[in-house]
Design a protein around this ligand. Structure first.
Ligand SMILES: [Zn+2]
Length: 426
């Protein structure tokens, strides 16, 4: 009697397989171990882009990718890839992942679950002897957060041709360190060109808003990302002594600004749409307790999933600024410094995620993202969608960020099903 030959099992069709699930314990051990790197006293992590802790996180990833049998590549932007072969040679891969750079004193889940979840999927498929038709490629993008080097999402931005490499290398942090030099310093300026031709892209990420938590859903099927307008505004009045200047003779740039700040809040409440608006940065001069403010420069961030709503909001903010300037008799300027249209994801990828959630039995809801992600840039070059898991109380970008582990696992199982389906399609 001959020994039975162990054959690799293969997924032959697009049917999803609910029996296939990730290993909760292995995944959790990895997650805890990974977040010892740059751990803060208050249960967060401090691994800003190209810092020493970010290097350590990358080193750990590279080691784990290799241990899982992945062929590791670091491209010229420091994006880290790990790839498996498919059964059909030379097919474009299914790409999935996220980022492992963090905010200063940021959370443990943001980005990390998308990368370690991707690795856990590879381990699961290895263990079950599942080989997909297309290659699978997991990725950790460089500089997603944009806290140390602006703009954010530099790694995926160069990969997709949104930025050129020279522009990215020349970004500097507040101490004047160049992105390119820091990449070199930590040993992650790779040789591979930052470019690729994936079959599709999926990203698992924490929601960073309250909707899944409020609706007690484990999974968000993300249909797209809000568009936005960034405005720079400026009022110029007259500086004068805060004592002898009678109120009726003042031209106070701060009073005009205050009108606009509350105007933006009124506007968002009045439209009955999904519009959100924020005055997030104010620079007042001379900024002195006993001098009437002469100039104020401030920013306005307006977002909606409907581009027409953003258009209308910009024009209403312009009116608010003009009226405020008239009332206070100050000069005004308004400039739109950035406009990004709403970004609907690929219908087929969205439906794949929805089916995957159903297969896994995860309570899910459809939603759009208020925050930008690497997935936005990927959506320009290949079919893309995202999977969200709940952020408790909607909190992120702080050490208090928290997602229940069971939701991380459910979200990863949804990603697993979606990846397998796409990796077995023509
Ligand atoms: Zn993130």
């Amino acid at each position: 009697m001959g020994g039975s030959e162990i054959k690799p099992k293969r997924l032959q069709n697009r049917d999803m397989n609910p029996e296939l699930t990730v290993d909760d314990n292995r995944f959790r051990r990895r997650f805890e171990r990974f977040n010892e790197i740059g751990a803060t006293e208050r249960d967060g992590v401090d691994r800003p882009s190209l810092s020493d802790t970010n290097k350590e996180a990358r080193d750990t990833l590279v080691e784990w990718f290799a241990d899982a049998g992945l062929a590791v590549t670091v491209d010229e932007m420091g994006n880290v890839f790990g790839r498996t072969d498919g059964t059909v040679p030379n097919e474009p891969p299914v790409l999935f992942g996220s980022h492992v750079d963090s905010q200063y004193n940021g959370g443990r889940f943001d980005g990390v679950i998308g990368v370690l979840g991707a690795l856990e999927i590879i381990e699961t498929l290895n263990e079950e002897n599942v080989q997909t038709q297309r290659p699978l490629e997991v990725v950790a993008w460089s500089n997603e957060e944009g806290v140390r080097f602006q703009p954010d999402m530099l790694g995926s931005g160069v990969y997709t041709g949104t930025f050129d490499r020279g522009y990215a290398y020349d970004r500097t942090d507040k101490d004047g360190h160049r992105f390119g030099d820091e990449l070199d310093r930590i040993g992650y300026k790779g040789d591979a060109p930052a470019a690729g031709d994936p079959h599709c892209y999926f990203e698992l990420h924490v929601e960073q808003g309250p909707y899944l938590d409020e609706n007690e859903c484990s999974v968000g099927v993300v249909e797209g990302v809000y568009g936005f307008s960034w405005l720079n505004a400026r009022f110029e009045g007259t500086a004068d002594h805060a004592g002898p200047s009678p109120m009726h003779l003042r031209h106070d740039a701060m009073v005009a600004t205050a009108n606009v700040v509350t105007g933006v809040r009124r506007l968002t409440a009045a439209t009955g749409t999904d519009l959100v608006g924020t005055v997030g940065s104010i620079d007042v001069s001379p900024n002195s307790i006993n001098v009437i403010p002469e100039t104020v420069e401030f920013t306005i961030d307006l977002r909606s999933y409907d581009n027409a709503v953003v258009d209308e909001a910009v024009s209403q903010v312009r009116d608010e600024i003009r009226w405020a300037a008239d009332r206070e008799n100050v000069a005004w300027e308004l400039e739109e410094i950035m406009r990004v249209d709403a970004d609907p994801f690929d219908t087929d990828c969205i439906e794949t995620v929805a089916r995957a959630a159903e297969t896994v039995g995860a309570p899910s809801m459809r939603m759009v993202s208020g925050a930008g992600h690497d997935a936005n840039y990927l959506n320009d070059v290949c079919p893309t969608s995202m999977i969200f898991v709940p952020s408790v109380d909607g909190v992120s970008h702080t050490e208090d960020e928290y997602t229940a582990w069971k939701d991380v696992v459910v979200g990863t199982n949804v990603l697993l099903q979606a990846v397998c389906e796409k990796a077995n399609e023509e």
